[in-house]
Design a protein around this ligand. Structure first.
Ligand SMILES: Cc1cc2nc3c(=O)[nH]c(=O)nc-3n(C[C@H](O)[C@H](O)[C@H](O)COP(=O)(O)OP(=O)(O)OC[C@H]3O[C@@H](n4cnc5c(N)ncnc54)[C@H](O)[C@@H]3O)c2cc1C
Length: 284
């Protein structure tokens, strides 16, 4: 379990980090918390000749809530997400989800940027970011560009972030209304068998907006437009929620693995989506 030899780079700003990526191309990878990348390197599933550590780049550590806009630098840790009072107030959904990631040791160093850029369908933050309709800012040789979380994921471990780009920040509008992140896992600290993020706004007894996204039920996170649409205009009664769950399940494509066969995953997905909608409605 020893990784192959690599050169270690520790730039102090984004421009220098991008410069190293540009210089070494596919041979270079950025290192954030290392909780996903280091095991892959040790198992020799990732061959990295130039490791670009982002931990000295102060600008990537900003966490701000200005008005209704939340800005998260890529190197903000999951621990910091949980402990930010401003964030807990502006986006309690994020705190609820972060508390369900791994354990405190992992959360102390695991970063929001690493979690969303990794491209692992089992990571919790990508689906959550799609639910929040977040925007990712990528920095590359020709400057910065923005990509919506809903357009970022192409297949497992393949994202819109190019080899010479770094995800520098995540921004989203603080959500209003009810929220819930519901996750089923085999044991404490595990990745999701299935999880669902839900935001619901209710006005005058009727749902006026709904956003529903899912984790680990396909090779990318899934934001289900149809599931949200099934709730809008309804009173979110039992039959309305059942219709939304059915719409969400129509968009998933789980595969059999050590978390269970497809039929089991579909069953679990139905349960977590329903629970998440019900909890979000109760808070709306
Ligand atoms: C025991 C254990 C349990 C876990 N359980 C869960 C869980 O339940 N849910 C969950 O979501 N995660 C879980 N994780 C993963 C954990 O949350 C990781 O910290 C996270 O997935 C990756 O973040 P990182 O900062 O460690 O990134 P790293 O491991 O450093 O990087 C991951 C990948 O993203 C790339 N990357 C990192 N930052 C950037 C950036 N800014 N721009 C571009 N590319 C970047 C790296 O090059 C690498 O390819 C678990 C990990 C462990 C060890």
């Amino acid at each position: 379990m020893i990784p192959s030899a690599f050169e270690y780079h520790r730039p102090a700003d984004v421009k220098s980090a991008v410069g190293v990526l540009q210089q070494y191309g596919e041979e270079a990878r950025v290192l954030a918390g290392g909780h996903s990348l280091i095991p892959m390197m040790k198992l020799r599933m990732a061959a990295v000749e130039h490791l670009v550590d982002l931990q000295d780049i102060t600008e990537l550590k900003a966490l701000t809530v200005a008005g209704d806009t939340v800005h998260l630098g890529a190197m903000v840790t999951q621990h910091e997400l949980i402990n930010s009072v401003a964030l807990a107030k502006a986006a309690p959904l994020l705190r609820e989800a972060a508390l369900q990631i791994a354990d405190p040791q992992v959360r102390y160093v695991g970063t929001i940027g690493g979690n969303v850029a990794n491209g692992d369908p089992a990571n919790d933050m990508p689906g959550l970011m799609q639910c929040l309709d977040a925007t990712f800012t990528l920095a590359g040789p020709s400057g910065e560009r923005e990509v919506k979380a809903r357009d970022f994921y192409e297949s497992a471990y393949v994202t819109a972030c190019d080899d010479d780009e770094i995800l520098v920040a995540i921004t989203f509008k603080a959500p209003t209304g009810g929220y819930a992140y519901e996750k089923q896992k085999r044991k404490i600290g595990d990745y999701a068998t299935a999880a669902a993020a839900v935001l619901i706004t209710i006005s005058g007894g009727k749902c006026t907006a709904a956003s529903i996204a899912m984790t680990n039920l396909a090779d990318t996170p899934i934001w289900s437009k149809a599931a949200g649409a099934a709730l809008v205009g309804t009173a979110c009664a039992e039959a309305d929620i059942a219709a939304a769950v059915a719409a969400a399940l129509a968009g998933i494509s789980p595969t059999e693995d050590n978390r269970g066969p497809v039929a089991f995953k579909r069953h679990v997905a139905g349960v977590v989506i329903k629970r998440a909608i019900e909890r979000a409605v109760s808070r709306a």
